[in-house]
Write a protein that binds this ligand. Structure first.
Ligand code: NOJ
Length: 755
């Protein structure tokens, strides 16, 4: 609660709503003065264009609408001067002078971009995640933004879905920790401070489970799966105090999320106690027409009654709610409630005290793209990298000899920031070629492009909607390949930077084939054939299918899309100045046919053999193993770690008690390094079928070469709980198995019984 609220509460001035929520006197007084039209105006969120429009529509006549009190917030406007123009219009020219919320998609850094969220999650470092969000908030608020359309906490188990890049991967436990850290980072302790902004948890709900990984597609899921697997991160964000929620495009149980009363009221407000406001996604209200729920007036009324407070861009509320009120289809109370929630958010950000509080023209220079921020981004990037494989310990490279740096992403600033970085400027990004030269200035580094990202011009055109990310070279593919091979032959080692262009993942970028494009595969094969040591630096916004490359005698460092400091961070790791410790937060399948494949899948009544060899009439495939190529939690280091001596502090646990697992971790290799110790739990017998195992704890540990440590992870009573068939959160007596190790295949195990 901010100090002002506390003072008012003490004076006995606080009133209560039906949700037993405190009311803010200033807001109540303002509501008294508002006409119905003005209340509806507050529910309208517009974008005047100029930013990235993620739908076909961009708002019109925005200025006139602000003057008329028909706008509650804007997004796609930034910079203290520009925001001031809009804010002055609202404050000085509209009848009641209500300031605007100014939103933005600050997904992975504002101007100082850092790794895409899937990459950041691979750090398994919650302090760093929070620091990243804090930095983003500081930069964005310096530019006049007070509301962030982040974090995206959608669990995603289908790497065909391009937006898997924007979230924290497949796991609800890790996803919940990250959701909390991001909300804390954006909102801080005091929402009205000038460097914090409102968080907006999205996309509520289940967006990551769209059928066949196709964006905007339908979702159909049992409540048991929702509660146990998909909803926890949203709930964690709400519990952490997230001020707003954005609905998803998909339907949930047959009703689009934007008009889903069960979701927005029964669950979100009544069961979880959320007291912030709910905004639609971009025209998702209008899209309910195409979903088959009626015309604009009908879907707008439905959405309001379901619990939607603000309508993004589509103007369904603006153009139809009054009519619906006059026809008795919605009540004024419903409109007032929605308006109240929007106004309360404005109040909490401090906009009523000072509508210009985020508009200090001196701040951008002081707070944006500072050396400190770039350093932090570099650190975040190196912590996000995952060493998938290190054949013959090719990595780290020595800073000597001749290095062939090849590949279409090796000298490509335009692909360093990653998807959803509209506020970043890729021209300021460090390319990998530059990074290598910065870090190893006396080493000979020779560059050749070697291949196009893709040779398919139609594909390139689709990817290049925001500018050229895939440029097809005028030279023939053969020519480029020959040049790279010749270079490789005269070098001591080859580093090939390959993978996805920035916009090959992200929104509206679903793929059915998630392998490395053929043009680049040819390059990799030819480089390997030279017999030189080869390290692949793999860039992507999603897990890829790399079974062919994984079989080759190569090292593979997965770097996602690392952000503005890409080249420096990659060089830090490639040359061993930092020893990589990232771990995958989404499983990498052998092939697309295995999808969805994730570590917490059910056991089934006919589990395959331990060895995963095919068995007739078991749950397996004729033509592929069940096991993925790379399990959840996988990630190597330049050093090696040994796990031994797993112990539990008790054999029997009573309801309400926790239990501690302790393991000995030894750094057995030649480098100092960090390891993410992971604990998985299997609830062996219970009333609903249990997952094979589920992440329930982790700790990132630094060990010097040769060092040994006892690492303890405590499971709380809540960690033993799950949602049963009645959707109650319970723990049931019986046997549990604990696994501790380096990834979700962890082998050390011990059992205990819950009494
Ligand atoms: C559509 C996206 O789904 C959402 O994530 C984003 O916040 C909005 N567009 C606004 O840009």
């Amino acid at each position: 609660m901010n100090p002002k609220n506390i003072a008012l509460a003490l004076m006995g001035l606080v009133l209560f709503t039906s949700h037993a929520q405190k009311r803010i006197p200033e807001v109540e007084q303002l509501l008294q003065k508002m006409t119905l039209e003005e209340k509806i105006g507050q529910l309208n969120l517009l974008t005047p264009g100029g930013g990235v429009a993620t739908g076909a529509v961009v708002s019109e006549n925005v200025e006139a609408k602000i003057r008329a009190g028909k706008v509650g917030g804007l997004f796609g406007v930034a910079g203290p001067e520009k925001v001031r123009v809009a804010q002055e219009l609202a404050v000085k020219k509209s009848r009641l002078g209500i300031p605007l919320l100014i939103g933005s998609d600050v997904i992975h850094g504002y101007r100082t971009t850092y790794p895409i969220p899937l990459g950041l999650s691979s750090s398994w470092d919650m302090d760093l995640v929070e620091q990243a969000a804090q930095m983003a908030a500081k930069e964005a608020t310096a530019d006049g933004i007070n509301w962030n359309f982040s974090p995206m906490v959608d669990i995603a188990r289908d790497p065909r879905w391009g937006r898997i890049s924007e979230g924290a991967g497949e796991d609800p436990y890790l996803g919940s920790k990250i959701a909390k850290a991001m909300v804390k980072g954006y909102q801080g302790e005091d929402l009205s401070a000038s460097h914090t902004m409102l968080a907006c948890v999205k996309h509520f709900a289940l967006y990551g489970a769209v059928e066949a990984g196709r964006d905007y597609h339908s979702v159909d899921m049992s409540k048991i799966k929702m509660f146990n697997q998909y909803l926890p991160p949203y709930k964690a964000a709400i519990d952490a105090g997230a001020a707003s929620v954005m609905t998803s495009f998909n339907d949930v149980d047959g009703v689009p999320a934007t008009g889903n009363k069960w979701l927005l009221t029964d669950l979100l407000r009544d069961r979880w106690g959320f007291d912030g406001f709910v905004v639609s996604d971009y025209t998702s209200l209008n899209e309910m027409i195409a979903h088959g729920l009626g015309d604009l007036q009908a879907v707008s009324a439905l959405a309001l009654k379901a619990g939607l407070d603000m309508d993004m861009v589509g103007e369904g509320f603006l153009t139809s709610l009054k009519k619906s009120f006059e026809e008795g289809k919605v009540t004024e109370a419903a409109i007032t409630n929605a308006c109240r929630r929007v106004l309360e958010a404005k109040y909490n950000t401090g906009l009523f005290d000072d509508p210009y509080r985020y508009l200090n023209t001196k701040r951008p220079e002081k707070d944006i793209l500072t050396d400190y921020n770039r350093e932090l981004s570099r650190k975040l990037a190196s912590r996000s990298f995952v060493l998938l494989k290190n054949h013959n310990s090719v990595l780290p490279l020595e800073k000597k000899g001749k290095i062939a740096l090849v590949g279409p992403l090796a000298d490509s600033k335009e692909n360093m920031l990653g998807t959803w970085a509209p506020t970043g400027d890729f021209r300021l990004a460090v390319s990998i070629l530059e990074g290598f030269k910065n870090i190893a200035p006396t080493t000979e580094i020779a560059y050749a492009k070697g291949a196009n990202i893709s040779d398919d011009a139609d594909f390139a055109k689709r990817v290049n909607v925001f500018g050229p990310r895939i440029s097809i070279n005028e030279r023939s593919s053969k020519d480029m390949l020959q040049e790279a091979v010749a270079l490789a032959k005269t070098s001591d080692v080859v580093v090939a930077v390959v993978g996805e262009a920035t916009e090959m993942s992200g929104e509206s970028s679903s793929r059915t084939d998630i392998s490395i494009p053929e043009s680049q595969k040819r390059l990799i094969r030819a480089l390997v054939e030279t017999g030189k040591p080869v390290a692949l630096v793999l860039m992507s916004g999603r897990p890829l299918t790399i079974a062919e490359e994984y079989e080759m005698p190569v090292s593979i460092l997965q770097v996602w899309h690392p952000g503005i400091e890409a080249g420096n961070a990659i060089a830090d790791v490639v040359f061993g100045d930092y020893n990589p410790a990232g771990k995958l937060t989404a499983t990498w399948p052998v092939n697309v046919g295995q999808i969805p494949v994730y570590h917490s899948a059910k056991v089934t009544g006919r589990p395959p053999s331990e060895s995963d060899a095919f068995q007739k009439f078991k749950s397996n495939y004729l033509d592929a193993p069940n096991a993925p190529l790379l399990p959840f939690g996988h990630g190597l280091s330049y050093t090696t770690f040994e796990y031994s001596n797993l112990k539990l502090d008790k054999k029997q646990v009573r309801q309400g008690e926790g239990i501690t697992a302790t393991v000995t971790l030894t750094n057995t290799g030649d480098y100092d390094g960090e390891e993410v110790v992971q604990l998985y739990l299997r609830d062996v017998v219970r009333s609903i079928t249990p997952p094979k195992r589920q992440l329930k704890g982790f700790q990132k540990i630094m060990l010097r070469k040769g060092e040994r440590k006892e690492v303890s992870i405590t499971l709380s009573p809540d960690d033993l709980k799950f949602y049963n068939g009645q959707l109650e959160l319970v723990s049931e007596p019986g046997e549990f198995e604990v696994f501790v190790g380096t990834n979700s295949d962890a082998e050390l195990s011990k059992s205990f019984t819950l009494k």
